[in-house]
Design a protein around this ligand. Structure first.
Ligand SMILES: *[C@@H]1O[C@H](CO)[C@@H](O)[C@H](O)[C@H]1NC(C)=O
Ligand SMILES: *[C@@H]1O[C@H](CO)[C@@H](O)[C@H](O)[C@H]1NC(C)=O
Ligand SMILES: *[C@@H]1O[C@H](CO)[C@@H](O)[C@H](O)[C@H]1NC(C)=O
Ligand SMILES: *[C@@H]1O[C@H](CO)[C@@H](O)[C@H](O)[C@H]1NC(C)=O
Ligand SMILES: *[C@@H]1O[C@H](CO)[C@@H](O)[C@H](O)[C@H]1NC(C)=O
Length: 945
């Protein structure tokens, strides 16, 4: 770090590097991005098309106010008139009604079979016998109560007459002057009074009915006049002593009605309270079921006005004499314009559909984050110096931008297409709502990403979540919201789940736009948020608070999980800061004495050197490993696995250290500890004086890694990779371009436009070379290369070796390889690593001398002459060792100090003259022999012990 010409990259340099890389990456992924943004467009279009179909259906004549032709000429209609009189029942509701018809005011009268009779619950002698229900002649009952019974009976007597008079020239007026009622249900409007269209009789209420009491009167219905049956119904006015008695009676009748055994219906009950000659003060009980049939049933008007009129009229008559009447002439609706039927699909389906559209983004963000994790790209960037801060800011900002563009397109398309969901509601509320939600969603994706390591799993689970949330919202949550009796606090609790908060918000938008559309008013405005039935305010508050909390938790979890910090890392400031300076070798070391004793002298020497270095720190050594150990705990009954058993190693700058070892020897465990992927179980290492246990972030700024498996972005070119990692290493401007060019040339990726091809089109060897170039860019002082030349053709391998040889001038390189040739050419020192510990360490020549020290002599003869060959070899060198023997071919090791090559040739000459020799050979020991010998020796020892 200290010798690096440029310090570590600043926060903004890193952010800039990542941003540029991401932009290029997105440019390459333009197809996916366009598809993503087109998704809402397609959905909106689909909605719009269905909407057009619905509109077309609603536009058909049978769904519009009926018309008729008044003048035809040559088969062509010249003049049309439209109106309610030309419409059928389905068409009528849409017609303009400038002059609504007048209807006589009616009372709500129970049907004959439901009228109050004497039963076991109502054993009142005033009530008629149940037998009247069979003949349909039951009287209708009215109850009265009050402080003065005399007064009450006078008023009730004044209410009804004993005659029914009709003036044929003023039907409505004369019906109104009698007391009439209907058993038919009302509707929401009174343009057409259902009583006159239901086919049911209307009842004329009299004190006493005459024998032949059913008459027929002509009633004008739209443009035709037809007879209407008027039946006499006797009224029974009953006095009760108190209002509680009345209450009791009405209540019991209601209960009975529900059990469907018996219904005792009473027309109305009057409580005259303290009324007297000077003062009319009255309460009226009436059946309000029709007014609010809770739930989804029809809601109608209630026929109450006439009840009020009756008592007022009776009072007036009491005051002014029998001739006086307070006439209630008619009831009439307000005029109405033509009201075409509207059906805005987006408002009805909005909440469910749009919550899917928006939740979709969650999957996109999550899979993108998990992809970087799965492909280990995040850790690769981190190892080359990308800090968590820039990573978070740029990734978050990037996803926010994508989400914002997506939502913007969504709202713009929807508005352009004319979906009321968007156009009717205030855009600023929509903006605030969507903005807060996408932020919450991105934070959630960051949090969830830490739970997944596989893109496929993440995608499947996220999609289940998306669809499940939409469905639960639409088919469960929405019912709770609509049910006014459901406690609001529980709805708020449910909205803590962000999916439901989103659903609620969209539902409110949909409701507002639907109401706005049907009533022709505005959708949601800021003022409506104060409305107690509007849930938007709570939703916004919940989402805002959750956003902040989730973001915080996500960052925390990420720090703990992916950066390997302790769960209490933020308390670090309070703890005693563990010193990053070299520590003294501890007494504990004695514990491993048994093991030390079996170590080879060269390994012990290295250990002593490390201990020396730790005592008197110098900066000449780039890497010092101090008794590094890694133990994987036992699982499923297996014993603990010692991956690295106390490794001590000191690497000066300018040295390339080759690590050889059979598969599974612990090389990768060692490298993983050095690059911060795993924590050592005990011991530590210092890279440039920084402790790998707690200063990894510092180490990353001057480290390069060429991992065993290429970690590259398929869609970025080689040059772009190098530019990105170069920027992370704080290279700028011309220095950057120069470094990139040079490095491309070095790894032979410069010519033929290879540098500008996407990495996914590279062959395996080219990827490997690019990985090596990445590990070397920006002059890192420490480089780890895990089998850099695997899969390379001989020519590329040669050029790669040149690169590494040149690169090692000023830095420490640790290289693992299975190629002895490579180790011999590149490495200044080698260590053979078997079963978690170093078996030997030294430069290749030394090792060969130490472990080789012999020639290998091979001779093939017929099997009869084998013993003679052996005899000759023994003569040549008494300490020769036979290492191999099969059907005439024998292999011996001859100690170098015992023989001269000339003697060997002479012996072979002798042999040839004695018996036929098919083939023979003499070779010096290779590194490979050394490796096999050391590895086998160590393994044999370990199996023995
Ligand atoms: C009850 O009302 C009648 C009729 O108005 C009246 O004559 C009588 O005095 C009233 N009785 C009382 C107790 O107020
Ligand atoms: C009938 O009604 C007409 C019009 O309101 C009125 O002129 C006439 O006097 C009424 N006839 C009777 C008998 O009340
Ligand atoms: C109502 O009061 C009158 C007189 O006070 C009494 O005779 C009658 O029994 C009472 N009726 C009932 C049902 O209590
Ligand atoms: C109230 O009215 C409804 C419909 O008009 C009827 O079904 C119900 O039985 C009535 N209830 C009572 C207690 O009169
Ligand atoms: C009808 O609605 C009114 C107002 O919302 C309410 O006060 C009344 O209790 C309701 N009546 C019934 C029978 O539900």
């Amino acid at each position: 770090m200290a010798n690096s010409p440029h310090g570590p990259a600043s926060f903004w340099t890193q952010a800039n590097a990542l941003l540029r890389k991401n932009l290029t990456f997105q440019k390459r992924n333009i197809g996916t991005n366009i598809r993503l943004i087109l998704f809402p467009l397609v959905l909106c279009l689909l909605l719009a098309i269905i909407q057009v179909l619905i509109d077309r259906e609603l536009d058909k004549p049978e769904n519009k106010c009926g018309c008729t032709c008044t003048r035809t000429q040559g088969g062509q209609c010249q003049e049309r008139v439209c109106g309610i009189e030309y419409s059928d029942v389905d068409q009528a509701p849409t017609c303009p009604i400038p002059n609504p018809p007048e209807w006589p005011p009616l009372l709500q009268v129970p049907a004959p079979q439901y009228r109050a009779v004497q039963t076991d619950v109502f054993p009142f002698s005033e009530f008629p016998n149940e037998s009247c229900r069979r003949t349909g002649s039951c009287p209708v009952t009215m109850l009265f109560t009050g402080n003065n019974q005399t007064f009450g009976e006078i008023l009730s007597g004044n209410m009804f007459t004993n005659t029914f008079s009709i003036n044929n020239s003023d039907i409505v007026g004369s019906v109104a002057s009698n007391v009439v009622g209907s058993e038919s249900a009302t509707e929401l409007t009174n343009f057409l009074e259902p009583a006159f269209f239901s086919g049911l009789p209307i009842y004329n209420l009299q004190n006493q009915c005459t024998q032949n009491s059913t008459i027929s009167i002509p009633i004008q219905r739209s443009n035709i006049t037809s007879p209407q049956e008027v039946r006499c119904a006797q009224v029974l006015n009953i006095w009760r002593n108190s209002s509680s008695e009345v209450n009791n009676e009405l209540y019991q009748g209601y209960r009975r009605a529900n059990t469907e055994r018996q219904i005792n219906e009473i027309v109305a009950a009057y409580d005259l309270l303290d009324s007297n000659r000077n003062n009319l003060n009255v309460s009226i009980w009436y059946n309000s079921t029709q007014a609010n049939d809770t739930g989804f049933g029809s809601i109608g008007l209630v026929r109450v006005p006439r009840s009020v009129n009756l008592v007022s009229s009776a009072f007036l008559q009491f005051l002014l004499g029998p001739g006086t009447k307070m006439i209630f002439e008619f009831v009439k609706e307000m005029p109405k314009p033509e009201t075409p039927i509207n059906f805005d699909l987006s408002s009805v389906l909005g909440a469910l559909f749009f919550s899917w559209v928006i939740l979709q983004l969650f999957t996109v963000v999550l899979t993108s984050l998990v992809y970087e994790k799965q492909e280990k790209l995040r850790i690769m960037m981190k190892m080359h110096g990308l800090g968590d801060g820039p990573y978070w800011i740029i990734s978050y900002g990037y996803f926010l931008a994508v989400s914002a563009i997506y939502m913007l397109c969504f709202v713009i398309f929807g508005s352009l297409i004319g979906l009321k969901f968007f156009t009717l509601n205030d855009y600023s509320i929509q903006f605030v709502f969507y903005f807060i939600y996408i932020n919450l969603q991105i934070s959630l994706a960051f949090l969830s990403a830490s739970m997944f390591s596989n893109v496929k799993t993440a995608t499947v689970i996220a999609n289940i979540g998306v669809f499940g949330t939409g469905l639960l919202g639409g088919f469960l949550f929405q019912y709770f919201v609509q049910d006014t009796s459901f406690p609001g606090a529980w709805i708020v609790v449910m909205e803590l789940y962000p999916g439901f908060a989103l659903y609620r918000g969209l539902y409110e938008f949909a409701q507002s736009s639907f109401n706005g559309d049907t009533l022709g008013t505005n959708g949601m405005r800021w003022g409506d948020l104060n409305d107690s039935t509007n849930g938007m305010k709570e939703v916004l508050i919940i989402m805002l608070v959750e956003w902040v909390m989730v973001l915080f938790v996500a960052y925390y979890v990420d720090q703990v999980l992916s950066s390997g910090k302790s769960p209490l890392f933020f308390l670090k400031g309070f703890q005693r800061k563990s010193s990053s300076s070299f520590r003294k070798p501890s007494i504990q070391r004695q514990g491993s004495k048994v093991f030390v004793q079996m170590e080879k002298p060269d390994v012990i020497q290295e250990r002593e050197k490390v201990e020396q270095l730790l005592l008197e720190p110098t900066t000449s050594h780039a890497i010092i490993c101090d008794d590094l150990k890694k133990v994987y705990p036992g699982r499923d009954g297996n014993p603990e696995k010692f991956a690295v058993r106390g490794l001590s190693l000191a690497l000066p700058r300018g040295e390339c250290f080759g690590m050889l070892g059979p598969n599974g020897a612990g090389k990768t465990s060692f490298i993983n500890m050095m690059i911060g992927l795993t924590k050592p179980t005990s011991g530590t290492a210092f890279v440039q004086g920084l402790d790998i246990r707690n200063d990894m972030d510092g180490i990353y700024t001057s480290m390069g890694v060429c991992p065993q498996h290429d970690l590259l972005w398929g869609t970025l070119t080689g040059r772009e990779h190098l530019l990105f990692y170069g920027r992370l290493k704080n290279l700028k401007g011309s220095a950057l371009t120069q470094a990139v060019e040079e490095s491309l040339k070095n790894v032979n990726l410069f010519h033929g436009g290879v540098a500008d091809k996407q990495a996914k089109k590279y062959s395996g060897g080219m990827k490997r070379r690019l990985s090596v170039a990445i590990s070397l860019i920006g002059d890192p002082s420490v480089v780890y290369m895990d089998e850099p030349s695997t899969g390379l053709d001989p020519a590329s391998r040669k050029s790669l070796w040149n690169v590494v040889r040149r690169a090692k001038q000023d830095r420490a390189i640790i290289l693992t390889t299975h190629s002895m040739e490579e180790a011999e050419i590149l490495c200044d020192r080698l260590g053979i690593f078997v079963d978690g510990s170093l078996q030997c360490i030294g430069n290749p020549t030394e090792l060969k001398a130490r472990y080789g020290g012999s020639f290998v002599f091979t001779m093939t003869t017929s099997s009869d002459n084998e013993s003679e060959v052996e005899k000759l070899v023994r003569q040549l060198s008494p300490n020769a060792k036979k290492v191999y023997h099969i059907s005439g071919t024998q292999k011996f090791e001859l100690p170098k100090d015992e023989i001269r090559i000339a003697d060997v040739f002479r012996t072979v000459g002798t042999a040839k003259s004695n018996f036929p020799v098919f083939a023979w050979g003499l070779v010096n020991t290779t590194l490979e022999d050394v490796f096999i010998k050391v590895a086998q020796g160590a393994q044999a020892f370990n199996t023995l012990s």
